[in-house]
Design a protein around this ligand. Structure first.
Ligand SMILES: Cc1cc2nc3c(=O)[nH]c(=O)nc-3n(C[C@H](O)[C@H](O)[C@H](O)COP(=O)(O)OP(=O)(O)OC[C@H]3O[C@@H](n4cnc5c(N)ncnc54)[C@H](O)[C@@H]3O)c2cc1C
Length: 508
């Protein structure tokens, strides 16, 4: 062999070695992100558990609160930063496809975390899916963006090399199809989701399945480990949904002409023996129809506390597209745990509940529970319940559910029929005014209702009196449930008044 031939041969071996090595160089980055995902779940779960334990021991909600109060934007920034570091480490820029491939691998290796976070209810009972679902949304966005960068990188590479034909090799074409599906996913930003949640849900599930399966066949080197976890999690979630759901025929739905709200009753025996106020059920089509799997189920807060002796539990539901009809059979998945822990109910000593419209379902069950703690448990709790609703006809909810002690504000009517409201409320109205909330009499612990017609109240002024009755900010709460504007206003008040804040918005 001549010298020249020897050099050529050595170069070829070197090239093969390098390419072989480069082919597998990204595998470890996938494992790293997968390992970090597991660590993330572990740390999250332990910190929630630790915080709840510390709260129980100290009797104050702010003890080690910092452990769990990492704001969502910060958590997401951490995930994005981790991914960015893993992309930037040893990118092997001499062969640009290495880093482009890595983007795709990191995206796929994040999917098990994403599916884990989407579980309903959350897999670990200390956590709550209403919180993990927020993380799920952002992790999904990171996955889709990484996947799109991966696709754009390869498209640009093929164009620059004049090898666009490569795109049509079946394994590559699967990736290209996913790129198109990902672009369509971006159509579903919030206003579109709100316009048609069902369409979003259908496309979201199709996209997720396509991603899990098609990329399993598309990725080289293989991604079997992640595929295995994805498949296991999806199967486990589906089995759990089927085994938890019960079919029930609704026999009692109470409406009031002119009101957009209705009360739906179902057998309380479907709920666990004990549950905390704020838990919800999910109602969907019968579990023996394909719609059960294909279409979304709808969450509704249980408005009846478990101490209530009624055999039926009530839901307060705003009429929307999803209609519940009497004598039709639906599936009910009980029960999704309350976001408020037992510690809240045991330690809060000043609670200000502000609800808007159907948000009353959350407020009234918390209110009833705390009221019972005052009356039968001898607890010293400063309690205020404000309900702002559109129509005077909505007030029938209070009568039907026998709730007393609420300050009701009706915002849609400037002219009202005193008699009709009194009749709807069915209980003594201590004060009735159509001009200003100033004339409202605060009636702590007397538990009869007060109705003010015509105006949205100045909330801060309204809550001030009750808020100022205790000092410890750790056990002083504003709880809000209703439209985003109401929740935001309450959040601002709690910041200003230096008290704790909890809210639930009835949408994802
Ligand atoms: C934890 C929780 C508790 C809730 N409790 C109550 C309650 O007690 N009373 C009540 O009237 N409403 C409650 N809701 C809201 C209720 O679930 C939705 O109004 C209902 O699912 C709307 O269904 P739709 O098809 O008619 O929606 P649309 O009229 O199409 O949409 C209305 C809004 O509801 C959201 N939405 C639609 N479907 C779902 C779904 N399957 N899951 C989550 N959000 C959805 C959409 O994003 C949209 O913003 C609750 C929501 C959550 C998240």
């Amino acid at each position: 062999m001549t010298d020249e031939k020897t050099t050529l041969f050595a170069d070829a071996v070197e090239l093969m070695k390098r390419h072989g090595a480069l082919h597998t160089v990204n595998i470890k980055y996938g494992y790293i992100i997968f390992g970090l995902s597991a660590l993330f779940i572990l740390v999250r779960t332990l910190s929630i558990w630790y915080y709840q334990r510390a709260w129980k021991r100290s009797g104050r909600s702010t003890t080690v609160l910092r452990v769990t109060s990492l704001p969502l934007p910060l958590s997401i920034s951490l995930i994005v930063l981790t991914v960015a570091i893993l992309v930037a480490v040893k990118p092997h820029l001499e062969k640009i496809t290495v880093v482009v491939k890595r983007l795709g691998r990191l995206a796929y290796a994040l999917i098990p975390l994403d599916i884990f976070l989407a579980a309903q209810p959350a897999w670990f009972s200390v956590d709550n899916y209403l919180n993990t679902i927020q993380m799920h949304k952002w992790v999904s966005r990171v996955i889709v963006l990484l996947g799109m960068f991966h696709s754009i990188g390869f498209l640009a590479y093929y164009v620059s090399m004049g090898t666009v034909g490569n795109l049509f090799r079946p394994v590559n074409f699967l990736g290209f199809l996913m790129f198109i599906f990902a672009n369509i996913m971006f159509v579903f930003w919030k206003p579109i989701r709100n316009l048609n949640y069902t369409l979003f849900y259908l496309y979201h599930n199709f996209f997720m399945l396509a991603l899990v399966v098609m990329i399993y066949f598309h990725a080289r080197p293989g991604v079997g480990l992640y595929f295995f976890f994805n498949a296991m999690l999806l199967v486990a979630q589906t089995v759990r949904k089927y085994t938890r759901a019960r079919d029930v025929t609704l026999t009692e739905i109470i409406e009031n002409p002119g009101s957009n709200l209705l009360i739906v009753k179902f057998p309380k025996s479907l709920l666990p023996e004990s549950y905390l106020p704020g838990c919800h059920v999910r109602i969907g089509y019968s579990k023996w129809t394909p719609f059960f799997t294909i279409l979304p189920s709808h969450p509704y807060t249980v408005a009846t506390s478990f101490e209530n002796r009624d055999l039926l539990a009530s839901l307060v539901i705003k009429k929307t597209k999803f209609k519940l009809e009497p004598f039709e059979t639906y599936s009910i998945q009980p029960s999704f745990e309350s976001s408020l822990s037992q510690n809240f109910f045991d330690t809060a000593d000043n609670v200000n509940i502000v609800c808007g419209g159907s948000g009353i379902s959350l407020g009234l069950v918390i209110f009833e529970y705390l009221k019972r703690s005052i009356i039968s448990g001898g607890r010293e709790i400063k309690l205020k319940f404000v309900w702002i609703t559109k129509d005077e006809e909505d007030v029938f909810i209070l009568q039907e559910l026998n709730v007393q002690g609420v300050d009701v504000f009706i915002t849609n009517n400037t002219s009202y029929e005193l008699d009709s409201i009194q009749e709807s409320a069915g209980i003594p109205l201590t004060e009735l005014s159509n001009d200003s909330h100033d004339s409202l009499v605060t009636i702590d612990h007397k538990f009869s209702n007060t109705v003010v017609v015509g105006k949205r109240p100045d909330l801060e002024k309204l809550l001030q009196n009750n808020l100022s009755k205790t000092i410890d900010y750790a056990n002083k709460w504003i709880i809000s449930c209703g439209p985003p504007s109401l929740i935001e206003e309450c959040s601002k008040i709690s910041t200003k008044q230096k008290c704790r804040f909890f809210s639930e918005e009835y949408a994802f």
